[in-house]
Design a protein around this ligand. Structure first.
Ligand code: C2E
Ligand code: MG
Ligand code: MG
Ligand code: MG
Length: 278
């Protein structure tokens, strides 16, 4: 009996894995179709300065699968990186952001920056700087108003190719921000090798700033580094006024999180801007 039972259990585990694989392949296929058919959307989360004015937004991709429902961007990005569709995904998002930014400029919101996430895998793509420059020009945007948020990755920290591509992006005038700063071992290496305009302290560090004294020390250290390098320091995951005040006292310049606002649909942004602009 035990032999039959364990054999049966094993079979179940394998078929479970197969199922997961099938769902992943399903999702990859559907994601490719969704990108192609413009079925993804982009939401925008406000960023505020020390006095509380909105200074810009971060674009975050959204996808609701017809059968599986909401698929988190972390999952989306993972699927697209594995299927080879990540550059289509990121470039689609980038172009949507340019279209939106041009619209906002026309409404008088030229002073708001647009931050866009990009997968580190894309930084191996020679065609990326040309695509970005072209897109920014196509919609008549000022490259300084666009910021690419780059997550550090062990694969790219040491590559001449990546260094060259980041330099080309910098030369276009597009700003670079180091996302999830403090999480990986190579954050500091990046700062030495690439011209970054902002560092975003990872949410897992800022989240418990009020209770974790080690994290508080890390935030102070990162803020000092930012000041010395003339780089602005962004705190994400700011959920309460108490966190905001503590982070400000520790030297953070820009605040993003549910305390100010969740990510908003573009039409809701326009309402938000009216009440939060200078
Ligand atoms: P991220 O760039 O670090 O973005 C911040 C994440 O924190 C977002 O999650 C945002 O919704 C969430 N967040 C904002 N404020 C708060 C808060 O106060 N509390 C908490 N708990 N969370 C907050 P989201 O939208 O799920 O995105 C997750 C990650 O997926 C992003 O992290 C980014 O790395 C990636 N991502 C999102 N959109 C894109 C995209 O278009 N392209 C690429 N390559 N990656 C993207
Ligand atoms: Mg980001
Ligand atoms: Mg982040
Ligand atoms: Mg993150």
């Amino acid at each position: 009996h035990t032999i039959i039972n364990s054999g049966h259990a094993k079979q179940q585990i394998i078929s479970r894995q197969d199922k997961v694989g099938m769902i992943a392949r399903d999702l990859m296929y559907d994601l490719r179709q969704a990108i192609y058919h413009n079925e993804l959307t982009v939401v925008y989360q406000p960023k505020h300065n020390r006095v509380g004015h909105i200074i810009g937004v971060e674009a975050l991709v959204r996808w609701t699968h017809p059968r599986y429902g909401f698929v988190s961007p972390a999952m989306l990005v993972m699927l697209a990186e594995d299927s080879g569709d990540i550059s289509q995904l990121d470039q689609w998002v980038f172009e949507q952001c340019c279209i939106t930014k041009a619209k906002w400029n026309a409404m008088g919101h030229q002073d708001l920056t647009m931050a866009i996430n990009i997968s580190p895998l894309q930084l191996n793509d020679d065609a990326l700087p040309f695509f970005l420059a072209n897109c920014v020009a196509k919609y008549g945007l000022n490259p300084q108003d666009i910021e690419l948020e780059i997550t550090e990755s062990s694969e790219i920290s040491d590559s001449k190719q990546v260094e060259k591509i980041l330099q080309e992006i910098s030369d276009i005038g597009i700003h670079l921000a180091m996302d999830d700063f403090g999480m990986g071992y190579s954050s500091l290496l990046y700062m030495r090798r690439f011209k970054v305009n902002a560092i975003k302290i990872d949410g897992s560090i800022t989240r418990d700033v009020l209770t974790n004294t080690t994290n508080a020390d890390i935030i102070r250290t990162i803020s000092n580094l930012g000041k010395a390098q003339q780089v602005s320091v962004v705190a994400e995951y700011v959920e309460t006024i108490e966190q905001r005040e503590a982070l400000a006292e520790m030297g953070c310049d820009i605040f993003q999180g549910y305390y100010h606002s969740p990510p908003l649909k573009p039409e809701d942004c326009q309402v938000y801007f009216l009440s939060h602009c200078r």
